[in-house]
Design a protein around this ligand. Sequence first.
Ligand code: FES
Length: 165
Amino acid sequence: MVQEAKALDIVELVEQAVAKHGARRDAVIPILNEINQAFGYIPTAALPEIRRRIHAPAEGVFLADSHLYSAASFYQLFSLKPLGRHVIRFCESAPCHVMGGRQVIQALQNELGLEIGETSQDGKWSLLTTSCLGVCGVGPVFLVDDDIYGNVTSDQVPEILARYK
Ligand code: FES
């Protein structure tokens, strides 16, 4: 079961993150990152809490919740929904694709019983895609949490997943 962040925890964490990084517009990404790391995702309830605490710059352009939503949606390492205990990020860029990525992502989907973007009912796995991870020479590539796997074949998928309890 995936756990959602509690409202009081969200307010407390936003206050801490703003105090740490500064109540400035250019601190928004570090603040979002802090929240994403703490909860494993960015609860949408955190966005107005951040907006209320960020000071308007001298030219008076106020931050809107939609600006924060756009920033949180843009970065692939941020999520706006709770994720599983283990997060797979499969590289979907062309160099990995031509090295057999399609078979590997299919093996991951079959093994987990998940479509891309889904989290398992038991909250153990989330299956996501990402753009190039910068190690194209060893494609196909995917991350499980912070562990990177390269030159992966579809046959290796069950054994790799079995390493995560
Ligand atoms: S294309 Fe997959 S790591 Fe670069």
